[in-house]
Design a protein around this ligand. Structure first.
Ligand SMILES: *Cc1c(COP(=O)(O)O)cnc(C)c1O
Length: 370
């Protein structure tokens, strides 16, 4: 039987070429592996348009490890971080700040409301002690897109640092350090670049990183130490995720050959459109207004029918070959469907058909509870 298609925002479905790149063992001391790491880092910095000013520091682990490493390394212990909060991944940054003992100012928003640039402006003006803004680009908890360019501008005007969690957008939405100033931007191998999970990376301003020695509370998550060691030796500190790096190299090759970020965005937009249109025909409505929906993952209202049960729905859709994602909202009953990964609109259309058939089997009339 074929593996199910992952309609989840990481891990996601990868191409055969990417998976095949893992059929080889690499020595961590070997110069061929070091060259592989260096080439991956070079490409990642280029995708962010940041080669003149920033460096890429890779880190073992899932994306959250890299977020925690970036915050712990780049925010001084006496620093203070403003977090515009409109969802689960913003709240995760707030939790990280709590663990690290860094002061936080949380700017709460509704979950269907993009981060408000005027409020950020006012908060920065009101509190000169805020050293950094930590902004999630696409809040994957709902799929909402935050206005990163405007937030970067206002943060720069106030002379503060900007740490961007671009985990679910890097490679798909345009990000350019030259026109969108940031101190650090965090993403991971297993999202829109379509590698396999296991490695995060931080694209950090060289100057900020140089000044960050001694900030980190943690050896394993000290990005400055990782960077200094890697610059000196070409190697990772501690065992590198060799197969993940090899798969990421293959994924980056395919990304470039296909036309890079604009092509990826176009494919994800097609996927998102096919999904929203197809679900609309079934009577299932997105949680977010279309203007703030990123083409990454879509939250749908669950059908308002007593026969609906997510785990039963999930099981039936999985039997038909597609893996869905539960909702992350506490107040509204929802489920999520990812648009990212090595899939096209034809796959999405088949997924919508599987969703229709599964709801039919359950006796659910898919009129959403919107
Ligand atoms: C996936 C993701 C992360 C990292 O999550 P992990 O489970 O640690 O990989 C962080 N922020 C956003 C916005 C994400 O989408």
């Amino acid at each position: 039987m074929q593996d199910p298609v992952l309609l989840t925002p990481g891990p996601l479905s990868t191409s055969l070429a990417t998976r095949s790149a893992m059929l080889r063992d690499w020595g961590s001391w070997d110069s061929a592996f070091n060259a592989l790491t260096a080439s991956v880092c070079r490409d990642l910095v280029d995708i962010a348009g940041a080669a003149a000013s920033h460096v890429c520091v890779p880190l073992q682990g899932s994306g959250t490890f890299a977020v925690e490493a970036a915050v712990g390394t780049l925010v001084p212990r006496e620093g203070k971080v403003l977090v515009p909060n409109n969802g689960a991944y913003c709240q995760r940054i707030v939790r990280i700040l709590g663990y690290l003992g860094r002061a936080a100012v949380v700017l709460d928003h509704r979950e269907d409301e993009p981060a408000d640039v005027a409020h950020i402006d006012a908060a920065l003006a009101a509190d000169p002690a805020i050293s950094h803004v930590a902004q999630v680009h696409c809040e994957t908890g709902t799929g909402i897109l935050n206005p990163l360019r405007e937030i970067a501008d206002v943060t720069a005007v106030h002379g503060r640092g900007l740490i961007v969690d671009a985990m679910s957008t890097f490679g798909a939405l345009p990000i350019d350090a030259a026109t969108m100033p940031f101190t650090a931007l965090i993403a991971a191998s297993g999202k829109c670049i379509e590698g396999v999970p296991g490695m995060g990376f931080v694209i950090a301003e060289r100057d900020a990183l140089e000044q960050a020695a001694g900030n980190s509370h943690s050896l394993a998550l000290d990005l400055h130490d990782q960077w200094v060691y890697m610059r000196k030796t070409g190697q990772w500190r501690f065992t590198p995720p060799t197969h993940v790096v090899a798969a990421l190299r293959a994924a980056l090759d395919q990304f470039r050959e296909a036309g890079g970020q604009p092509t990826r965005l176009a494919r994800y937009r097609d996927n998102c459109r096919a999904l929203v249109d197809g679900m609309h025909v079934l009577g299932l409505q997105p949680f977010l207004p279309a203007e703030v929906q990123a083409p990454i993952i879509v939250t749908f209202h669950a059908p308002a029918d007593a026969a609906y049960d997510f785990s039963e729905f999930y099981r039936r859709v999985r039997e038909r070959g597609f893996i869905l994602y539960p909702g992350k909202l506490t107040t509204v009953n929802t489920f999520r469907v990812g648009c990212i990964g090595a899939i096209d609109a034809g796959v999405i259309e088949r997924a919508v058909a599987a969703i229709a058939a599964s709801l039919g089997d359950m006796g659910v009339t898919p009129t959403a509870s919107a």
